[in-house]
Write a protein that binds this ligand. Structure first.
Ligand SMILES: [Zn+2]
Ligand SMILES: [Zn+2]
Length: 268
């Protein structure tokens, strides 16, 4: 569930999107001014305009920016996608389903690259291809089956995690960066928790195969300044608290309490 949308369910653009959030009624990118949300649409209509959106093998969704002719520019709606994390806006994707839209899920911008591709008129131009990671993948529990945590001290892990959490730019190896970033942040957060749930202080319920206490990293904000992983927005939870944060009747209240807790855990 994101903003009331359920994955796989069919929605009507006019009634379910524009009536609730406003935004541009034409085009595949909707960036309502009044709501912290950016909506992108993918599907066959876009392909006719030279937008070759595709799923990458590592789970990243590659989404072509807007611009029917000539080089694409990082302005307007493309900028809305580029800055969604920075502006704390959720990025929601839909795919065309006949006259309606099917909710595909919530994503986080991981990077982008340029690519030569034909525009609507068939002329080659520079396209912007956004690299979007499903939000669930970002929170996947890292299996720390090795080295890291035991050998480095906390402040060194913290420095590494902060350094890794820089947004990526064209030309960088985004796959590696995203992986390293997630890993560095989670390694630090789990070490920071020191074997206890950061919500209720309960000891980790069991040890991992490698002997480390089992806790789960949870993102208290769905998007955060500085990209998807930021030590200020990731909290280590026991499995009970983690399920509660996602599925509890009081999930919103509970998450808000975690946001408050994080202010003490990571001031600045
Ligand atoms: Zn979570
Ligand atoms: Zn807990």
């Amino acid at each position: 569930m994101s903003w009331g949308f359920e994955r796989g369910k069919i929605y009507n653009r006019k009634q379910d999107i524009h009536a609730k959030f406003g935004g541009q009624e034409q085009g595949g990118i909707i960036s309502p001014r009044q709501h912290n949300i950016v909506i992108i649409i993918t599907g066959p209509k876009g392909r006719a305009h030279g937008y070759a959106d595709r799923e990458r093998a590592d789970g990243v969704f590659e989404y072509f920016g807007a611009g029917r002719e000539g080089d694409m520019q990082m302005t307007d709606r493309n900028k809305a996608i580029f800055e969604h994390s920075k502006r704390s806006k959720s990025l929601l994707a839909f795919e065309e389903a006949g006259k309606n839209l099917r909710f595909k899920g919530e994503y986080v911008l991981e990077g982008f690259h340029y690519e030569q591709s034909p525009d609507e008129a068939g002329a080659m131009r520079r396209a912007i291809v956004f690299e979007l990671r499903p939000i669930e993948n970002i929170e996947e529990v890292v299996d720390t089956s090795d080295e890291a945590a035991n050998n480095t001290d906390l402040s060194a892990l913290r420095t590494t995690a902060i350094a890794a959490a820089q947004p990526t730019a064209p030309g960088t190896q985004t796959i590696v960066n995203a992986y390293q970033r997630s890993r560095a942040v989670k390694t630090y957060v789990l070490r920071r928790a020191n074997g206890h749930c950061e919500a209720d202080g309960v000891a980790a319920p069991f040890l991992r195969a490698n002997g480390e206490p089992y806790l789960e990293p949870h993102h208290i904000l769905r998007v955060s300044d500085g990209g998807p992983d930021d030590i200020h927005h990731v909290i280590a939870l026991c499995p009970n608290c983690h399920r509660r944060a996602h599925h509890g009747a009081d999930a919103t209240t509970f998450n808000n309490s975690l946001i408050e807790k994080m202010k003490e855990i990571e001031p600045n």
